[in-house]
Write a protein that binds this ligand. Structure first.
Ligand SMILES: [Zn+2]
Length: 181
């Protein structure tokens, strides 16, 4: 399963440029900082990155518009507590989980055996294109047979305002459906 994993050092991924490949996950800087904060406290958490599918040079990639933490737990719970089974056309909810500081440094740059068991189950069953992201205090990891790349989008004022607007839009939508609080 390790052959489907990409590991990114948080420090190195800042300002990373170059060709965007298929399945690249692009996250605005403010969201990346938020994931670091979430790692600082508490237990393992799981949730979804609500992403807009975008085309960059004919490659499908994913712009993160909202981070939804659904509950505490490990990847096993991800499967048990599916919030999004389907998203609107042009959108995708990518599952993620967090290895918090308290879990210990040995889990900062790797998925656990339990994580791989979950992925194996999903790949062999419902979804062979399944993607997953792991955030830790020092690293960001992606999993998927397309080996998703990860980029940070540094936004100018205008794009930042637009991103905030999209975030609020999702927040209201999810509150309405009693998914976010
Ligand atoms: Zn894990």
């Amino acid at each position: 399963m390790q052959e489907f994993v990409k590991v990114f050092d948080r420090e190195e991924v800042v300002g990373k440029t170059g060709i965007i490949t298929c399945s690249t996950i692009i996250m605005p800087q403010i969201f990346v900082e938020k994931t670091k904060k979430i790692c600082e406290v508490g237990a393992e958490k799981i949730g979804y990155l609500v992403c807009e599918q975008q085309l960059h040079n004919d490659q499908v990639c994913y712009m993160v518009e909202y981070i939804l933490v659904t509950n505490e737990g490990t990847t096993t719970n991800v499967v048990q507590n599916k919030v999004f089974t389907k998203m609107a056309k042009g959108y995708e909810a990518i599952e993620f989980h967090i290895h918090p500081k308290a879990l210990g440094e040995q889990w900062y740059d790797k998925f656990s055996g339990g994580d791989y068991n979950t992925f194996r189950k999903i790949l062999s069953g419902e979804d062979k294109w399944y993607k997953h992201v792991l955030f830790t205090p020092t690293h960001i990891l992606t999993f998927g047979i397309q080996k998703p790349d990860f980029r940070i989008a540094t936004l100018n004022k205008e794009s930042l305002d637009a991103a905030m607007e999209r975030m609020m839009h999702w927040h209201e939508q999810l509150i309405e459906h009693e998914i976010a609080y």
